[in-house]
Design a protein around this ligand. Structure first.
Ligand code: FAD
Length: 623
């Protein structure tokens, strides 16, 4: 028998969760193996070539703040950048990049290949080695056994994957890739709760057959946004436009006529699809009164003619896809390059996970990404980073770490999943976070980089850049608080223009910056304001912190109030039926969920504040 090397951590799957997991693990110094079906598909975008968006962009910035690669790859592969909600408050502003899928994938691959402590191996993982309820390695398709202290599973849509186009279906992990059936069968023998979900993708079109002249062009923003805290716009490749067109009543009639051959509506698909990314047939059935839906026509890259029509994901038969696409303005002559399809796959009830993303049933085994019931590259990447970090920490007998709900969207994501589970593909929205004003895109580094440095995730260059920025913010805040402008020193007209009023009494620059009319830049034009900082990200931070300081302080006070609950741990083997006074219903719910903290217990539906008080009394007595 050939003996392979053993590792601290093995990560199975080289998608968005797997690459962040493997890189995070290796960055902390753990000897890591990334075992994946095909090295050529590392970092592949299975669906639309875009990173970020509302809620998702926040996660990308958090991954970046902790040294991950998604933002850097987006900067190197992004061909159209926008700030969504630019006119709204800073909490909901979000960066989105349309990516050249080839450049994005190449950037991820390069970072993976050049990461110290990280090895790659191309092969399917078909089995896990489990001894005394602990994972100790992986067996590949050709029977190779790799041993490891911990294993992270990130197999995406591949477990038991079935692809549907109309009433035809065939096995696949995504179009062009085989499914992962042996591993799916093996995992179903273990004590996990497995269910099915589905997701879908639209047909891809040949740009040369599209009439862009009848569509609305949508250019990116200028100045071009940048994703990574370490990035700059000069890294971006050439920038191009997206376009917008619409479905119409003829499109809808054609789709309705094809519904009897839809796998969704004829009952062939069992899995539940993503509510917020529905197929076009879903939209037409659910919003029957709407006679038009928007389609973003997005280029797939700079050196390909393929176009992604965002908004018409479908699993209708090919002839129906062809007909309804050609009914759309600008697509009258459209040539389909790849048909749209839906995919059904296995996922595991995430309530079977600890907040470190280790499974509750098999020690040392971590799950991340689509297999936990999420959808999206960003959600997968965020979980991957947490799982990879904790797998590495456990391999060194270190305690786990995970961000709280008040620290990061990744904290909200993990807590939502492990507390409430999910019945449909879960995607992030800003509305899921109760401390939205604290969890902004602009301050992900201030929230997370110091902790990530302590955990060994952040390299020297990032740490130096971050420390400089933080120091500049602090120094400038100090200067603004101690620089006073006196009445008469600023001409009335200028004061009116910049701060909305004449200066009637002495005021410091920080007070003036809090006025709704003032911006940092305009304030610095006042005589006596001194020399401004030249880093725009520092200026942005000063302005946001000054203007929203009342709201921020209020949310921080709320976080402090909740802190006790978040830090009060509950044993995973605790039996709630012995807690005095708890109703049977609540005890049963707690026994099913096995929350890890009082805070988590309080978020389980049906667990009342009174039940939490009883639990606290019990803990005081029995520890
Ligand atoms: P993936 O990116 O799928 O990566 C899984 C990796 O594991 C692959 O590299 C695979 O080769 C590898 N692998 C699998 N099994 C094994 C094994 N046994 N051994 C070794 N390697 C293995 N997201 C959205 O946000 N919106 C959408 O509309 C949307 N539509 C989608 C439509 C389709 C058809 C598909 C396929 C995906 C869609 N997604 C969508 C989801 C998005 O692609 C995923 O959320 C994201 O890729 C998940 O990342 P992941 O790392 O969990 O898995």
């Amino acid at each position: 028998m050939f003996h392979t090397e053993s590792y601290d951590v093995i990560v199975i799957g080289g998608g968005h969760a797997g690459t962040e997991a493997a890189l995070a693990s290796a960055r902390t110094g753990a000897r890591t193996l990334l075992l994946t079906h095909n090295i050529e598909t590392i970092g592949q975008m299975s669906c639309n070539p875009a990173i970020g968006g509302i809620g998702k962009g926040h996660i990308v910035k958090e991954i970046d703040a902790m040294g991950g690669v998604m933002a850097e790859a987006a900067d190197q592969g992004g061909i159209q950048f926008r700030t969504l909600n630019a006119r709204k408050g800073p909490a909901v502003r979000a960066t989105r990049a349309q990516a050249d899928r080839v450049l994005y994938k190449a950037a991820v691959r390069e970072m993976v290949e050049n990461q110290e402590n990280l090895s790659l191996f191309q092969q399917s993982a078909d089995d896990l080695i489990i001894e005394n309820d602990r994972v100790t390695g992986v067996v590949t398709q050709m029977g190779l056994k790799f041993r490891a202290k911990t294993v992270v599973l990130t197999t995406g849509t591949f477990l038991g994957g079935i692809i549907h186009i109309g009433l035809q279906n065939f096995q696949g992990g995504r179009a062009g890739d085989p499914p992962s059936n042996a591993l799916s069968t093996r995992l179903r023998e273990l004590p996990f709760t497995v269910d099915r979900l589905k997701t879908g993708t639209p047909a891809r079109l040949d740009a040369r057959s599209i009439d862009f002249s009848v569509m609305e062009a949508q250019p990116g923003d200028t100045p071009t946004p940048v994703f990574s805290y370490m990035g700059n716009a000069s890294q971006h490749p050439a920038q191009v436009n997206c376009h917008i067109t619409y479905t119409n009543s003829k499109t809808h009639d054609l789709i309705r006529a094809g519904l009897d051959r839809s796998p969704m509506y004829s009952g062939v698909i069992e899995g539940v699809g993503p509510r917020y990314c529905p197929s076009i047939e879903d939209k037409i059935v659910r919003f029957a009164d709407k006679d038009s839906h928007q389609i973003f026509v997005e280029p797939e890259g700079l050196k390909t003619h393929e176009v992604y029509p965002n908004g018409i994901s479908t699993s209708l038969p090919y002839d129906v896809q062809h007909a309804f696409i050609r009914s759309i303005k600008g697509f009258e002559q459209a040539q389909i390059v790849r048909p749209g399809y839906a995919i059904e796959y296995d996922f595991f009830d995430p309530r079977g996970l600890k907040p470190t993303l280790e499974t509750k049933y098999i020690d040392g085994l971590f799950f991340a990404g689509q297999i936990n019931g999420t959808t999206g590259y960003e959600e997968a990447g965020g979980q991957g980073l947490i799982a990879g970090l904790n797998a590495a920490r456990q391999s060194r007998d270190q305690e786990g770490w995970y961000p709280t709900r008040s620290q990061a969207y990744i904290g909200v994501l993990v807590d939502d999943l492990i507390t409430m589970g999910t019945k449909e593909p879960y995607r992030m929205f800003t509305s899921r976070a109760e401390y939205r004003l604290l969890l902004r895109e602009d301050n992900a580094d201030l929230r997370l980089t110091e902790k990530a440095r302590e955990l060994g995730l952040v390299n020297d260059a990032r740490w130096a850049a971050f420390s400089n920025k933080r120091e500049s913010i602090e120094l400038e805040q100090q200067r603004l608080k101690t620089t006073w402008l006196r009445p008469g020193t600023v001409p009335d007209e200028l004061a009116q223009q910049v701060v909305g009023n004449v200066l009637k009494k002495e005021a410091n620059l920080m007070e003036l910056l809090r006025r709704p009319e003032a911006t940092y830049q305009t304030l610095m034009t006042l005589p006596g304001a001194g020399t401004p900082v030249d880093d725009p990200s520092v200026a942005e931070q000063l302005e946001i912190q000054a203007k929203y300081h009342g709201y921020i302080e209020r949310q921080q006070a709320e976080v402090e109030k909740q802190k006790g609950h978040e830090l009060t741990m509950l044993r995973v083997d605790m039996d709630y039926s012995v807690v005095n006074g708890l109703s049977n219903e609540v005890a049963q719910k707690l026994n099913e969920h096995k929350p890890t903290t009082i805070g988590q217990a309080s978020r389980i539906s049906g667990v009342t504040p009174a039940a939490i008080s009883l639990l606290l009394v019990y803990l005081k007595k029995h520890g």
